[in-house]
Write a protein that binds this ligand. Structure first.
Ligand SMILES: [Zn+2]
Length: 500
């Protein structure tokens, strides 16, 4: 089994400087090799593997350097069997041509010769960066991700050590080339687990190390067999209620991004008014970055807790199959048929909705739930989403008239319920049909307890310290507004924990 532990590092000033300089050099190297791959890739379309299209002569290092995927480094392996690193596979003939990664990696000694400062970077770290580039291309060719992009200073903030090269001793970590470094040992690493790759990341508040740990003696939790499944639960994701479940529980959306929107706006405005390149600008930039980090952490924390609760609620969890990208698309421009001038198309209102959709981060909730469910052997499936909020969960009658605001009242059989909970039951039903178990029992209903208001940390009081900011009314926080709205609409009290 594999797992990841993350620790915060305490580098010395010199170590922090070295790591920052490595990042700069690695970014330059990766971008150079990315450009090399792009050039050779597009050239490959014109020339294929041939040196000359007229004679169909294959490219060879003596006459030309054109090889598919890369042209940096050496295209041919050294043919002496003793110099082969890997044992040749029996069923495959020895291929003397290097792969794109191998070619680029073979160019590293040349790089260190022409730019001697690259000798300061750990050799494994250089190779791992190229390997990541290779993975990025492979994933693009397999259709799993987009085309690899050039990295800017902000996008490139981590490097990786190879397996078994990093050692941990007490509260010290031994990183190759960088030397011994202290770290906050927030948890113990079990003795039997082997430290594999170690990724060092720069974040707004310092450096972190992610340790990939592996222990083959600990088996992965197997996914339950279809016959073993006992119950099914459905989740309907929304804006007001981030998750309504078939068991009757409703989780309100904490609107985390919105909660910090004002503070972020103030800081970003302050940043924009600082002179470029000044020390004050650097300071405020740091504060903006720290706030972004905080928002991310609050959201992640809320989502992990919710995901864990969803994953434990039933053996099979159904999510509606949302086309989130499509939902966030811009409205089509509208033209006046007579004058040809552009008129209102509703994009202004849509922008706010799009922002709310991004803030809710539905997709990452699904990913986190799946991660938690895997630990328990539970299933997570996507069920078709069409008309899930208009379908009656009792008699399956579909009509837009079934839904009256937040309430669901079936026009055919009179069944009534919270509209989102009803949608969740429909989704759960579709999920069990999808895996071929239409008789799987629905998860039992919970009695919704009275909400407890814990009070949100983010109130206007927190903003008093910011210059140019009036103290607001601390009693009317986002949470109370949310709750009163909800009660107004639905006329009942939901089960909530607004602050996660
Ligand atoms: Zn009905």
């Amino acid at each position: 089994m594999e797992t990841v532990y993350r620790f915060k590092l305490i580098p010395s000033i010199r170590q922090a400087e070295t790591m920052a300089s490595w990042l700069g050099m690695l970014r330059g190297m990766v971008n150079y090799n990315l450009a090399d791959r792009i050039d050779s890739y597009s050239q490959g379309f014109i020339q294929g593997n041939f040196c000359s299209l007229r004679f169909k002569a294959e490219a060879c290092p003596l006459t030309c350097s054109v090889v598919r995927s890369a042209s940096n480094g050496h295209p041919w392996k050294q043919n002496k069997p003793t110099l082969r690193r890997r044992k040749p596979k029996l069923d495959q003939p020895f291929n003397p041509r290097r792969s794109a990664y191998e070619m680029q990696s073979s160019g590293l000694p040349g790089l260190k010769q022409s730019r001697p400062w690259y000798q300061a970077v750990n050799a494994d770290v250089l190779q791992q960066a190229l390997r990541h580039l290779d993975t990025a291309f492979n994933q693009f060719f397999q259709g799993k991700s987009g085309f690899p992009q050039f990295k800017r200073r902000n996008d490139f903030n981590s490097f990786e050590f190879k397996p078994k090269t990093v050692k941990v001793n007490g509260n010290h970590i031994m990183l190759p080339t960088l030397g011994e470094m202290r770290f906050f040992k927030s948890r113990d690493i079990p003795n039997s687990w082997e430290i594999r790759t170690v990724t060092v990341t720069q974040k707004a508040d310092g450096w972190y190390a992610s340790l990939l740990l592996r222990d083959d003696s600990v088996p992965e939790k197997p996914k339950k067999a279809v016959a073993e499944l006992q119950s099914v639960n459905g989740v309907d994701r929304g804006i007001t209620k981030i998750a309504a479940m078939a068991d009757g529980t409703v989780e309100l959306n904490p609107h985390i991004g919105k909660r910090y929107q004002r503070r972020l706006g103030i800081r970003q405005r302050r940043l924009s008014r600082k002179k470029k390149g000044s020390a004050n600008r650097a300071k405020v930039r740091q504060r903006v970055a720290r706030l972004h980090q905080k928002i991310r952490r609050v959201r992640t924390d809320f989502q992990w807790k919710l995901a864990r609760r969803i994953a434990r609620s039933a053996d099979l969890i159904g999510f509606e199959d949302l086309n989130i990208k499509g939902m966030k698309q811009r409205c089509k421009p509208k033209q006046d048929p007579q004058t040809g001038r552009y008129i209102q198309n509703g994009q202004t209102a849509k922008t706010a909705l799009n922002k709310a959709i991004s803030d809710a981060s539905w997709y990452s909730l699904r990913v986190k739930t799946e991660h938690q469910a895997r630990k328990l052997g539970n299933w997570v499936v996507d069920a078709p989403a069409h008309h899930s909020s208009q379908e009656c969960s009792e008699c399956h009658y579909i009509s837009p008239g079934n839904r009256v605001g937040e309430k669901f009242i079936c026009e055919s059989c009179g069944h009534h319920e919270d509209a989102d909970v009803d949608a969740a039951v429909v989704i759960a039903d579709r999920a069990r049909v999808k895996i071929g178990q239409p008789n799987l029992p629905m998860v039992s209903r919970e009695v919704t307890p009275k909400p407890e208001l814990t009070g949100c940390k983010e109130s206007s009081l927190a903003l008093v310290g910011e210059p140019g900011n009036r103290p607001g009314n601390p009693e009317r926080t986002a949470a109370t507004v949310q709750l009163s709205l909800f009660e107004l609409v639905s006329g009942e009290s939901p089960s909530i924990s607004l602050c996660g």
